[in-house]
Design a protein around this ligand. Sequence first.
Ligand SMILES: Nc1ncnc2c1ncn2[C@@H]1O[C@H](COP(=O)(O)OP(=O)(O)OP(=O)(O)O)[C@@H](O)[C@H]1O
Length: 261
Amino acid sequence: MIETLTKPATKSAAFEMKDLNLWYGTNHALKNISFSIYRNEITAIIGPSGCGKSTFIKTLNLMINTNPSVKMSGEINYDGMNILDSKVDLVDLRKNVGMVFQKGNPFPQSIYNNVAYGPRIHGIKKKKELDELVEKSLKDVALWDEVKDRLDAPALGLSGGQQQRLCIARALATKPDVLLMDEPTSALDPISTIKIEELVLELKKKYTIVMVTHNMQQAARVSDKTAFFLMGELIEIDATDKIFSNPEKKQTEDYITGRFG
Ligand SMILES: Nc1ncnc2c1ncn2[C@@H]1O[C@H](COP(=O)(O)OP(=O)(O)OP(=O)(O)O)[C@@H](O)[C@H]1O
């Protein structure tokens, strides 16, 4: 019998960090971080408060640069380019690497305008094109049926879970490649949380997702890889199942078994 050997598909990295260091003034917040984030995977970032999770995720689209006290060294390679190099086009980077924050933070404008905002900034003016993008983005987050008859209504009139899905639609409307999510469900009730988790699993088919979460069950439920940070260091990154069942490092085990944090 002839056995067919299937080669494991080589995964391509969306981001490759090499010796990434970050300081807020003299506070050394990220220390020699080196790892890769792979395409079409969900990578969860976990660790106790103050370990550098939000700082790290904000480096991936250089949102961190809005803080003038921040200094960085090392490399963050994205799309064949070290984004810490000053030549990088920030508008382009943020179009490709979208971000969703802890609390759904829609603009105080209509549902339609919230989603059309990014495409308009990137030069899309034609109403038909914008209408299509708004519809597609809202369908992608399973919000279209709930809001299609009130696109001109204020976004702030939506429920918390709907606002968060709207913010994800807003991020998707610029057709990003990567979606960064900083504790996207921490302000939501359990049902809205499950809806966002289902959505994230669906979005993984098309996007690379990096998610900071305080909720270890959430990391276990949705992510492919989990990275454990502690005091600015990456202690361990591995397949999520491995991290939660048989981590290599004692600090990881202590954290996931609730011994600290
Ligand atoms: N704007 C800032 N200015 C100065 N130091 C900061 C700033 N933001 C964060 N830090 C410091 O950087 C370190 C990492 O903070 P960060 O917010 O990234 O941690 P975190 O893991 O996301 O925490 P949490 O889970 O509480 O949100 C902490 O020591 C924090 O005090």
